[in-house]
Design a protein around this ligand. Structure first.
Ligand code: PFF
Length: 455
């Protein structure tokens, strides 16, 4: 394929929304609340915001400029910008990371479909908090139901991917993102008006720094990479479809801002609701699927139709937010197979789909019938989440920063960031310091701290 045959996003806003669609997903609404809950609340959120500013935005800009300059999939991008070197492994590591994330992510995405069905059939009506916990636990540990849903989700993703970049990815993001934002806002208002919600708001707003340790730092860093879709070449792949007049700094700021706002809004939905019904904030991955049905029940139990409608709308939008992210995860591997192995797009997408379905099945079964099988004390599902978010993404981010900060020609960086000198870029120096020093040093320090190097 020649460079000119490559697809492009049709508009600048389309590019922002597609990248934001990748960033905003289960990471914000499902993962951010339980990581915040596990790591003590407000202090975690402040450190998280620090990670977005100091690491997230510079690395996002680096991914953007590498992708747009090379106009290639992530592995091809490094090969093109540094021919004959080993940097290509950074891109390949990204493809592998994306594939592993996709496999456990599609399992949780499948859960949203089950909850849509439960909402429609009235299964969520009239249950107690205890009832919601039991429903969730028996569903995720059942052998076939979650598997069927996750397969369905991967097939939906496959369908959009095969429709291409502009019609599939861009058009779906333009419709879904604004809808999601409005609904989250409405739900946050409902949640903070529940009885005892103030305890949850305090948990979100009052930092207790005495709880901060290396685990909290690693958690916040991993969450920032996961949530912003960074460290695995996803945004690099999307940027390869950006137009030449797309402003990279502005796009990066907007995506980071939208993503962080959605995560914080999700916090304002989950924690007031969790405290209101007495559910522990550190109850892990089940938090969202247990507290939310409870919010609807508690807040609107006496108007069942409204409870049904809101829960239905919420799970539909959650599924759609997940979909815009699975599309981006799928695209990384599809573009790689398509361009590196000269397969046509459909064939490449089909291979990725089959692989993800198989690995996703194993992840799903590891929560039920396969739960005795553990590696490093974790189920396959937890292991994939841990290894990708807390090791592979930060390592990927480290190498992306080193590549852009130390290896890449400064002229290339300047040309891409300033659209070949046509934009005034005030943060250019800051970006450089971020990529050259701040990002690599802080990622390495957080890792060393994990191994107790500092005592
Ligand atoms: N950022 C997505 C989320 O927050 O749900 C997840 C994700 C998508 C991670 C794409 C990594 C990625 F490349």
């Amino acid at each position: 394929m020649t460079k000119n045959d490559r697809a492009n996003f049709g508009s600048k806003i389309g590019a922002i929304l597609a990248a934001a669609g990748s960033a905003v997903g289960l990471g914000n609404i499902w993962r951010f609340p339980f990581e915040t809950g596990n790591h003590g609340g407000a202090a975690f959120i402040l450190i998280y915001i620090g990670c977005v500013l100091a690491l997230g935005i510079p690395i996002m800009m680096a991914e953007f400029l590498i992708g747009r300059r090379s106009r290639a999939n992530t592995a091809g991008a490094y090969r093109q910008l540094s021919p004959g070197t080993q940097w290509k492994w950074v891109g390949r590591l990204g493809v592998l990371t994306g594939f592993l994330i996709y496999s456990f992510y599609s399992v949780v995405a499948g859960w949203t479909l089950e909850y849509i069905l439960q909402a429609v059939s009235g299964g969520l009506n009239g249950q107690t908090a205890e009832g919601f916990i039991n429903t969730f636990n028996s569903f995720v540990s059942s052998p076939w139901r979650p598997v069927v849903w996750s397969v369905l989700f991967v097939l939906m993703t496959h369908f959009i991917i095969t429709r291409g970049v502009e019609k599939g990815i861009e058009r779906s993001s333009k419709i879904l993102m604004p809808m999601l934002f409005i609904l989250l806002f409405v739900l946050a208002c409902c949640s903070i008006s529940l009885p005892n919600a103030s305890e949850g708001i305090r948990f979100l707003l009052q930092p207790d720094f005495s709880k901060v340790n290396s685990k909290v730092l690693l958690g916040a860093m991993g969450q920032a990479f996961f949530s912003l879709s960074l460290g695995m070449g996803c945004l690099c792949t999307y940027a390869s479809y950006f137009r030449n007049d797309t402003k990279l700094p502005r796009t990066a700021f907007n995506v980071a801002l939208i993503d962080t706002l959605v995560a914080i809004l999700a916090g304002f939905i989950i924690f007031p609701a969790a405290f209101s019904v007495g559910i522990r904030p550190d109850s892990g991955p089940s938090l969202l699927f247990i507290t939310l049905p409870n919010v609807f029940q508690q807040a609107f139990g006496n108007i069942p139709l409204l409870a049904l409608l809101l829960s239905l709308l919420f799970y539909v939008l959650l599924a759609l937010a997940a979909l815009t992210s699975t599309i981006s995860l799928h695209e990384v591997s599809t573009a790689y197979m398509h361009e590196e192995f000269n397969l046509n797009r459909k064939k490449a997408a089909t291979l990725v789909t089959i692989g993800c379905i198989l690995l996703g099945m194993l992840c799903s079964l590891s929560l039920g019938v396969g739960s005795q099988f553990k590696l490093f004390g974790m189920t396959l599902f937890d292991l994939f989440d841990f290894v990708t978010a807390k090791i592979m993404l930060p390592v990927g981010g480290l190498f992306i920063a080193l590549f852009a900060g130390w290896y890449l020609d400064k002229q290339i960086i300047w040309e891409e960031i300033s659209n070949r000198g046509t934009l005034k870029v005030h943060i250019y120096r800051l970006l450089f310091i971020g990529l050259k020093y701040v990002a690599p040093i802080s990622i390495i320090l957080v890792f060393l701290d994990q191994f107790n190097v500092f005592g």
